[in-house]
Design a protein around this ligand. Structure first.
Ligand SMILES: NC(=O)c1ccc[n+]([C@@H]2O[C@H](COP(=O)([O-])OP(=O)(O)OC[C@H]3O[C@@H](n4cnc5c(N)ncnc54)[C@H](OP(=O)(O)O)[C@@H]3O)[C@@H](O)[C@H]2O)c1
Length: 440
């Protein structure tokens, strides 16, 4: 049986999990693939570190370059994270015609275009299943399972930390800061939580899905990103009262070209923001650290993928799937399925300002006659319609929350109106706006 020698760079959570999973199921994979996956070299930063998996000292090294350049290594597995060294190693391996498997969403988000061009140029594949939604094989779904579809919608809960925090805020009526502190204590959130709670991690993943689905590499700078820091328990409570659950969604939508736009240009919305999801929608019931991705294709219709989005075993499972694909490529002597093919040269990401949606608006106002009329007048001037209003009774003269549900409006119009509303004397705190999704 043919043997493929793996050079694994990084043996932390994911790398250690891959070594362990290969120990457990390597023989099974060999019998399924007709190829044996052999862990030949493993690079780490600290040779003396205690690891949850036993790796023979003879194959451990701190010299990452020696792993990539070793002629005995057929396939490079990049699991160190970061975008600088990881980029260099990936490019070096591809230049040598060695396929690379990575779990690194930050790397792909920043350098995907360059890396896939190198893969194409040097005839070596770059696989990245573990970079989005851990154990959910969503890359394979978009690349292969739905290849006969135009993808019109993707809605993803792709950050487990945010979903965990929002779930607990709802179940316990707790505040963001308290749940975050507890999540950090329990190891569900990093000590530096910004990458997760400010939406950047979800944006990396959403950009990768958008690129794959729409055939042009989405520049991370074009992705509109808002995290969950400003969501309060009050918002969760009012959303519940209105029949919604708040989720951080990565959204990729194909938008019909506006009249007069250049022919053939594919416009897509690519964004990450907290969203009011109707309780009747399946994504509203995705709880805790779980991820779920809802994909609509023009042939297949609506589909849903659910599972663990991170963690050692889920991520290792995704890496193993890529190892199988790369090993089969090596066995066949050619790439069987290209992991990313640019095919939409004229694609563009629509600016957030031009996107139309509905809104939940929470204002902190002085409860006195005429307040609502002033706010309604500003919204009316911008042709923005109010669909419903909630205001707690019996607080005359005091600051109270005023909740407005807003009909479809352009984001630019809402932004302008909110700036004006925020300057009114009756407004006592910065307005908070959360977008509402109706999944049409
Ligand atoms: N953790 C998850 O659940 C998850 C899920 C999906 C994707 N990912 C992605 O998977 C990648 C790895 O994440 P992780 O959680 O496994 O990270 P991690 O636990 O911090 O492990 C990183 C590994 O890389 C090694 N390393 C770092 N810099 C190195 C250098 N300069 N030279 C040699 N070795 C170096 C470390 O060595 P030492 O062990 O000696 O320190 C460690 O073994 C990241 O791109 C991450 O975004 C992670």
């Amino acid at each position: 049986m043919r043997q493929v020698n793996l050079g694994i760079i990084g043996a932390g959570t994911v790398g250690g999990g891959v070594v362990q999973a290969l120990e457990r199921n390597g023989a099974l994979m060999a019998s399924r693939l007709g190829v044996r996956l052999h862990v030949a070299r493993v690079a780490v930063r600290d040779l003396k570190k205690k690891r949850g998996v036993s790796i023979p000292q003879t194959i451990l090294t701190t010299d990452v370059g020696s792993v990539v350049n070793d002629p005995e290594i057929d396939l490079v597995v990049e699991l160190i994270g970061g975008t600088t060294l990881a980029r260099t190693l990936t490019l070096d391996a591809l230049k040598q015609g060695k396929p690379v498997v990575t779990a690194n969403k930050a790397l792909l988000s920043a350098h995907g275009e360059e890396l896939f061009a190198a893969a194409e140029q040097f005839g070596a594949n770059l696989y990245y299943e573990a970079s989005v939604a851990g154990g959910i094989p969503i890359i394979k779904v978009l690349r292969e399972g739905l290849i006969g579809n135009r993808i019109t919608r993707i809605y993803g809960i792709v950050n487990g930390t945010c979903n965990y925090i929002l779930t607990r805020m709802k179940l316990e009526g707790a505040d963001f800061a308290d749940v975050l502190a507890d999540a950090q204590r329990l190891g569900y959130a990093e000590a530096e939580p910004s990458l997760d709670v400010d939406g950047y991690d979800a944006a990396h993943k959403t950009g990768i899905l958008a690129s794959l689905a729409h055939g042009f590499w989405v520049n991370p700078r074009d992705i509109y990103v808002e995290g969950i820091r400003n969501i309060t328990k009050l918002d969760i409570r009012f959303a519940t009262q209105l029949g919604y659950t708040i989720r951080l969604l990565g959204i990729v939508k194909k938008i019909a070209p506006a009249k007069g736009s250049p022919k053939g240009e594919s416009q897509i919305q690519v964004s990450v923001y907290p969203t009011l999801v109707p309780d009747s929608h399946v994504l509203a019931s995705v709880n805790d650290v779980f991820n779920a991705i809802y994909v609509r294709g023009d042939v297949v219709g609506d589909t849903l993928y659910y599972g663990r989005g991170a963690g050692q075993d889920a991520t290792a499972s995704a890496v193993l799937s890529d190892l199988a694909d790369a090993a089969l490529d090596l066995k066949c002597g050619k790439s069987r399925v290209p992991p990313f093919v640019p095919h939409e040269r004229k694609g563009a990401v629509l600016k957030m300002d031009d996107i139309i949606c509905r809104y939940y608006l929470r204002l902190t106002v002085v409860d006195k006659p005429g307040t609502l009329a002033k706010i309604a007048a500003i919204l009316g001037e911008a042709s923005i319609g109010i669909s419903s209003v909630i205001q707690p009774e019996g607080h005359e003269g005091k600051s109270v929350p005023l909740i407005l549900m807003i009909h479809d409006a352009k984001n630019s119009a809402m932004r302008g109106a909110l700036a004006k509303i925020g300057r009114l004397g009756v407004i006592k705190a910065p307005p908070l706006m959360i977008r509402v999704e109706n999944f049409d």
